[in-house]
Design a protein. Structure first.
Length: 130
């Protein structure tokens, strides 16, 4: 039970972060140039950029670091479409809860992430989210 408590708090922090970072994302979307938007039925919608994904990953990392967790979160790969989460204390339970949270996964999809790579130094898990 002792080990699941920090995981619960970390997971709740990520869920809370999904709603907090929307303000950051809104300011970045407002700063996108017309070349980064697409027209669909006459409506201009912002296309997620690598910059948006990098900022979202940095915000997630900062939030977890503030709570005392030694976690690294990066937007990596081609165009920053892979969210990499590195944490030595991560286990299958954390990965399951993280990927089972529809709000958080939808937020990552909307930002343009296609995969999540979880790594604890001994094991890794890869999850496609497209």
């Amino acid at each position: 039970m002792r080990k699941s408590l920090p995981l619960k708090f970390s997971f709740l922090a990520l869920i809370a972060l999904a709603s907090v970072t929307s303000a950051t994302g809104a300011s970045l979307r407002a700063a996108t140039s017309p070349s980064t938007t697409s027209a669909t039925a006459g409506v201009v919608t912002p296309v997620p950029s690598k910059t948006n994904r990098v900022v979202l990953a940095e915000d997630m990392e900062e939030s977890l670091l503030r709570e005392g967790h030694d976690v690294r979160v990066k937007a990596q790969g081609r165009d920053g479409r892979i969210l990499t989460v590195k944490w030595s204390q991560m286990g299958a339970q954390f990965v399951y809860k993280f990927t089972a949270d529809d709000r958080l996964i939808k937020k990552l999809q909307n930002a343009g992430f296609s995969h999540i790579h979880f790594d604890n130094g001994d094991r890794f898990w890869d999850q496609q989210i497209e």
